[in-house]
Design a protein around this ligand. Structure first.
Ligand code: CDP
Length: 781
C-alpha cells in the first residue's frame, strides 16, 4: 500500500462530509420529522428583572390547535422548575416568582403547528411588577444593589473568587520594578451566532419506554448523563442524538431550558415535541461569551525585560453561572495569560458577578477564557513597548520563552509542552516584509496617513483535559474511540467527540488510514449517537484532536499489535521477525514477504492463530497526560480612513503551529474561519443593553457579523513543533485564530495612532468609536 493510496496524515483529503452538505442533504435537528409531532414555542420576558404577579394561560389554551401551556408552577410539581448548570449553579427552567433577564423563558406553548404555537405565545397573559435591573457588575457588588439571586444562601451578587499564581512574589516585584504599565480593558459580551440556532426533538415512546432526544448538542453523552440525573430516568432509557450540527462554537455546550421543557412535554403527552429557536431568541437568551472587565499591570526592567504580570477581573456571568468550564476552573483557563513570555511571577484574580442578563460564559471558539487571556497579555506587551519606545517585535523577541526551556512551567502553574516562538515570529516578519512596512509607515505618517502594523504572538492551551484536574460536573474529561475492522478491511470508527463542521469524518478517518494502512475511503467515522458512540465529553475548546484524536491513534495501534500476531501466523514467522513498514507487516530482511491490513483483517475472521480471540477491533478511553499548547505569530496591517473612522485590514498573515497536521486543507479552513471570527469581535460584534436591560442587538440588523464583503484575504503559513506527549504529535487548532486575531488587529489600529498618544482602544473598534478618537486627536477629516 502506498501513501498515495492510503491518504493518511498530512494529506489534504477533500472533506468526506461535504458532498451531503453542499447538496443540502445534511440532517439537522430541524430536519427530523416524526409522525404526530407537536411544536413548542416559548413565552419570553419583556423585562430584565420583574416579579411575576400572574400568568393567565386560559386564552392561549382555548385556541384551536393548542394542546398545552406549561408554566413554572407545573414544572415545580415535577421538581423541574430549576436545573443544575454545568458550573454547579442552579438555573430556572421556567420561573415561578421572578424573571431575571430580558427574553427569559416564562412559559411554553405546545401546539399542533409551529405557527399556532407562535400565535398562542402572544395570547399568554403575564402580569409583571418591574424590579430595578442590575446591569453593571461593579454596581452589582455594592451593598445596596438589588440581589439578583435571593434564592441563594449568600445574598450578595458575588458568585465566586478565584486566583492563580504567587501574589506575594508578584507584589514584591511590582514594588521594586523599574517600569510598571497598567491598563483597564473591557472585552464585551458577544454571541456565537451559529447559523443553526438551538433546538431539539424530544420523543418518549411508551411502547419501548425509551426517550430519544435529537439535540443541537456539542456534548451528547454529558447531556444524557445530566438528563438522567435531573429526571431520574435510567441512562440506558435515554438516547441523545446530535445529528449534523450547523456550528456550535461553544454555544451548544450548555443545557438550555427549552431542551428540558420539550422533554417534560414529551413525557407528559407521549408525543414527539419539536422546539427550534428563532434567530432573535438565540441571540437574546442563549449563552453569551466574554464580558470580562480586566485591570492588568506589567512590571518590567527599563531594557524591556518583563518581570511580572498582575491581573484583576470582574466576570459578568448574568443571572445564573451557566458557564461551560471545567469544574475546577470557574474562570476557565484564563490563567494562561502570561502567554508566550518568560517572567518571574504572575498573579491573577477573577471574581464572578451576577447581573440581570442572560447566563453563560461560553467558550466562544476559545478554550475557556483563553481569548480574554491572550487579548490581555498581547495588548499589555504592546503598551509596555510603547512606554519604553521599543518596537513591538523586539520586545517580544526579548521576552519569549526559548525553545530549550520546554517543557516550560508557567508562573501560574501550567506546563507548556513544546514551542518555538522566535521561529514563528521571525517567519511572520520575513514573509510580510516587516522592516519595509515600518519604512512605509514612517513615510505615510509624514504625509498624515494613518497606517498601523500589529503583532500578536499567542500561546493557546487546548485538549482539556487530564483527569487529575479536569472534569465537568465530576465527569473526567477523557475522550474515546472505538474501531472495528470488518473482514474485507473496511472500517468503522466511532468517536466520543461531536463535530459541528470541523471535518472529523475526514480527519479521524485519516488517522486510522495512517495507522492501519487502509485507504481513507474505506473508513467511516460515526459520532453523536449515545446509543452507539463510546462515552466522551464532546467537542469544544479545540479538544477533539488532542483527546479523541489521540484515542483513535491508540485504538488503531492496539489493532495493529493484534494484526502483527495474525500476520506472523500467516507468514509463518515469529511476531518479532515482523516490522510495520510502508503500511504492511513485512518480514525483517525480506520486505517482499508481507501482509497488508486487508489480508490480515480477512484472516482475523477466517484464519486466525489458535488461541487468539477472533475479530479485529479495539477501543481506547484516552486520559491525556497534559494539555497541548499550539501557538502562532500574526501580523496585521491596517489603514484607517480619516473621513469615516473605518479600519481597513490591508494585509493579515497568520503563522500557526498546531504540531503534526492531520489534514492541511482542513486546518487551513479552520484558520480562515477562525480569523474571520476573530475579526468579528475586534471590529463589529457586541451585545448591547439599554438602561432597562432590554437587549438592543437581537437581530442581525444590529448584531453585526462580518460577511465575505468585510473579510480580507487571509494569508497563512505554518511551523510544525510536535507535541511530545500526543501519540501523533498533534495539537488542537480550531480556536487559535479566533484567539490570536483580535489583539493583532487592535495592536495594528493602536499602532496607527500611537504617535497621537493613543495607547489602548477597547473592542469592537467600530467606525463611530474610532471617528470620535480621530476627532479628539484633531486628525478626523
Ligand atoms: O475540537 P475541534 O474539532 O473543534 O478542534 P481541533 O481538534 O483543533 O480540530 C479541528 C479540525 O482540524 C479537526 O478536523 C481536526 O482533526 C483538524 N486538525 C488537523 O487536521 N490537524 C491538527 N493538528 C489539528 C486539527
Amino acid at each position: 500500500m502506498t501513501a498515495t493510496a492510503v491518504r493518511g496524515i498530512g494529506v489534504p483529503v477533500k472533506r468526506k462530509e461535504d458532498p451531503r452538505f453542499i447538496r443540502g442533504k445534511g440532517t439537522y435537528v430541524d430536519d427530523v420529522k416524526l409522525p404526530g409531532m407537536l411544536y413548542m414555542d416559548i413565552v419570553r420576558s419583556p423585562y430584565a428583572h420583574a416579579r411575576i404577579k400572574r400568568i393567565d394561560v386560559s386564552k392561549a389554551r382555548a385556541m384551536p390547535g393548542v394542546i398545552d401551556v406549561i408554566t413554572g408552577e407545573e414544572l415545580a410539581k415535577a421538581n423541574l422548575a430549576w436545573m443544575p448548570t454545568l458550573m454547579g449553579d442552579r438555573q430556572m427552567v421556567l420561573p415561578t416568582e421572578r424573571v431575571v433577564y430580558y427574553a427569559q423563558e416564562v412559559a411554553a406553548v405546545i401546539a399542533t403547528d409551529r405557527y399556532i404555537a407562535a400565535d398562542a405565545v402572544l395570547a399568554v397573559e403575564v402580569e409583571y411588577e418591574p424590579l430595578p435591573p442590575v446591569l453593571d457588575p461593579f454596581e452589582a457588588l455594592k451593598p445596596d444593589a438589588p440581589p439578583v439571586r435571593p434564592d441563594r444562601d449568600q445574598k450578595t451578587n458575588h458568585i465566586w473568587h478565584w486566583e492563580a499564581g504567587d501574589k506575594e512574589k508578584t507584589d514584591r516585584i511590582f514594588q521594586e520594578a523599574e517600569v510598571v504599565v497598567a491598563q483597564d480593558l473591557y472585552i464585551p459580551r458577544i454571541h456565537v451566532a451559529s447559523i443553526e440556532t438551538c433546538g431539539c426533538v424530544a420523543n418518549y415512546d411508551p411502547a419501548t419506554d425509551k426517550l430519544t432526544i435529537w439535540m443541537t448538542s456539542q456534548a451528547p453523552h454529558a447531556h444524557r448523563t445530566v438528563f438522567s440525573l435531573v429526571t431520574g430516568i435510567p441512562e440506558h432509557k435515554i438516547r441523545v442524538i446530535s445529528p449534523d450540527i450547523g456550528g456550535g462554537f461553544g454555544g451548544k455546550v450548555p443545557v438550555y431550558p427549552g431542551y428540558v421543557i420539550a422533554t417534560y412535554a414529551t413525557l407528559k403527552h407521549k408525543k414527539p415535541i419539536k422546539w427550534i429557536e428563532d434567530r432573535s431568541e438565540n441571540l437574546q437568551a442563549d449563552s453569551f461569551a466574554r464580558d470580562y472587565h480586566i485591570h492588568a499591570e506589567l512590571a518590567a526592567n527599563r531594557d524591556g525585560k518583563i518581570r511580572a504580570l498582575r491581573v484583576k477581573v470582574l466576570a459578568d456571568h448574568g443571572a445564573f453561572d451557566a458557564a461551560a468550564n471545567p469544574s475546577r476552573f470557574p474562570a476557565g483557563l484564563f490563567s494562561v495569560c502570561t502567554g508566550s513570555y518568560d517572567m518571574e511571577a504572575a498573579h491573577v484574580e477573577v471574581d464572578g458577578v451576577y447581573t440581570t442578563k442572560p447566563p453563560g460564559g461560553v467558550a466562544y471558539r476559545c478554550s475557556f477564557r483563553v481569548t480574554e487571556a491572550v487579548h490581555t497579555i498581547e495588548r499589555m506587551v504592546d503598551i509596555l513597548a510603547d512606554e519604553l519606545g521599543m518596537d513591538p517585535a523586539e520586545i517580544r523577541f526579548k521576552n519569549f520563552i526559548q525553545p530549550h526551556q520546554f517543557p516550560y512551567k508557567s508562573p501560574t502553574g501550567w506546563e507548556y509542552d513544546s514551542g518555538n516562538y522566535p521561529a514563528a515570529l521571525q517567519k511572520a516578519l520575513d514573509m510580510i516584509g516587516y522592516q519595509e512596512l515600518r519604512r512605509e509607515q514612517a513615510e505615510r505618517r509624514a504625509r498624515g496617513e494613518l497606517m498601523g502594523i500589529g503583532i500578536s504572538t499567542f500561546t493557546e492551551i487546548v485538549g482539556a483535559g487530564p483527569s487529575h484536574t479536569f472534569d465537568i460536573l465530576g465527569i473526567k474529561m477523557f475522550d474515546s474511540a472505538e474501531i472495528r475492522v470488518h473482514p474485507t478491511g473496511a472500517v468503522i470508527v466511532r468517536i466520543g467527540v461531536q463535530t459541528q463542521g470541523q471535518g472529523h469524518e475526514t480527519t479521524f478517518a485519516q488517522i486510522v488510514a495512517e495507522e492501519l494502512g487502509i485507504p481513507v475511503e474505506y473508513i467511516t467515522v460515526e459520532h453523536g449517537d449515545t446509543d452507539t458512540a463510546p462515552y466522551g465529553l464532546g467537542t469544544y475548546a479545540s479538544r477533539s484532536t488532542p483527546t479523541a484524536g489521540a484515542a483513535t491513534a491508540v485504538a488503531a495501534r492496539k489493532i495493529r499489535e493484534k494484526a502483527r500476531l495474525i500476520a506472523a501466523h500467516l507468514l509463518e514467522v515469529s511476531p518479532d521477525d515482523l516490522e510495520w513498514k510502508d503500511y504492511a507487516f513485512r518480514v525483517k530482511g525480506a520486505p517482499d514477504r508481507y501482509k497488508t491490513m486487508q489480508e490480515i483483517a480477512f484472516a482475523a475472521y477466517t484464519n486466525f492463530p489458535l488461541g487468539l480471540e477472533p475479530g479485529l477491533e479495539a477501543e481506547c478511553y484516552y486520559d491525556p497526560p497534559n494539555l497541548t499548547f499550539p501557538f502562532g505569530a500574526y501580523v496585521c496591517v491596517v489603514d484607517i480612513d480619516r473621513g469615516t473612522g473605518q479600519v481597513k485590514i490591508r494585509e493579515f498573515l497568520a503563522v500557526d503551529d498546531c504540531g503534526t497536521i492531520i489534514n492541511p486543507m482542513i486546518v487551513e479552513g479552520q484558520i480562515h474561519g477562525g480569523l474571520t471570527m476573530g475579526m468579528a469581535p475586534a471590529l463589529f460584534e457586541e451585545i448591547v443593553y439599554d438602561e432597562n436591560g432590554t437587549m438592543l442587538t437581537g437581530t442581525f440588523m444590529d448584531y453585526l457579523l462580518p460577511t465575505a464583503v468585510e473579510t480580507p484575504h487571509w494569508k497563512t503559513a505554518k511551523t510544525v513543533t510536535p507535541s511530545p506527549h500526543h501519540p501523533l504529535g498533534a495539537k488542537g487548532v480550531g480556536e487559535s485564530p479566533t484567539i490570536g486575531a483580535p489583539p493583532a488587529i487592535v495592536n495594528a489600529v493602536v499602532d496607527a495612532l500611537s504617535h497621537l498618544g493613543v495607547r489602548h482602544i477597547d473592542i469592537p473598534i467600530t467606525p463611530a468609536k474610532l471617528y470620535r478618537i480621530l476627532q479628539e486627536k484633531g486628525v478626523a477629516e
